[in-house]
Design a protein around this ligand. Structure first.
Ligand code: ATP
Length: 205
């Protein structure tokens, strides 16, 4: 089976995540897109919402698409939060599937990836979604720095760059603004019910 993997903090999941995941799935002919929420990345401030709330919002957001699935492997007690540790676990569960990791271009160049060779070794393909970037040249530089064998696994998706981000959602909420149309309705209702993201915003994006 051709499977996509989409990792993130999802703090909260928003419509640009869902668009990128589905558009990548269609463009690459993937049968399933698995969302892999992480407890928190080492290189940035911890997520604002707790794991349970982020998971609940993801479940609500993914429910409408039968091709979307959730894998909680990176939330396990012994998960390190490093993609290099996560990928062998995911690969072990899908030994015969074709695995494609999907990321926004910013994540590729702005995150300090540890043991990227291990990440790549466990994947068949690495797909990059264009994102409005501070320095678009850095993505070109990153791709130019790959070896021939590594470059063969990379594909830049033919998608428009959307500006949506979890930071934008949190910023709107902190200033009492609307998040309607930025997130699915069920996620908007969940956030209102749980009164999430009412405090000051800590932006990494
Ligand atoms: P934050 O604003 O808190 O940094 P985020 O919106 O970037 O969050 P993450 O959960 O950190 O969301 O990202 C998960 C994945 O989704 C990453 O690969 C990220 O690059 C990608 N992504 C998020 N928003 C977009 C977007 N508008 N276009 C393309 N990729 C995106």
């Amino acid at each position: 089976m051709k499977i996509g993997l989409f990792g993130g903090t999802f703090d909260p999941v928003h419509n640009a995540h869902l668009f990128v995941a589905e558009a990548a799935r269609v463009e690459l002919g993937l049968e399933r897109m698995i969302f892999l929420p992480t407890r928190g990345a080492h290189y940035r401030t911890p997520p604002v919402a707790n794991v349970e709330d982020r998971l609940s919002m993801l479940r609500l957001a993914l429910a409408a698409n039968p091709a979307f699935a959730l894998d909680e492997a990176d939330l396990a007690g012994d998960a390190t939060g490093y993609t290099a540790d996560l990928m062998p676990r995911v690969r072990a569960r899908h030994p015969h599937d074709r695995l494609t990791f999907v990321v926004g271009g910013d994540s590729l160049v702005d995150s300090p990836w540890q043991r990227f060779d291990t990440v790549l070794a466990n994947l068949d393909c690495f797909a990059i979604a264009p994102r409005a970037q501070r320095e678009p040249q850095r993505l070109d530089d990153f791709l130019a720095g790959l070896s021939e064998a590594e470059a063969e696994k990379f594909v830049v998706l033919d998608l428009p760059a959307l500006n949506g981000s979890a930071t934008l959602v949190r910023t709107q909420l902190a200033r009492g603004g609307s998040i309607r149309y930025l997130v699915p309705d069920a996620v908007e209702r969940y956030i209102a019910r749980r009164r999430l993201y009412a405090g000051p915003v800590h932006a990494d994006a």
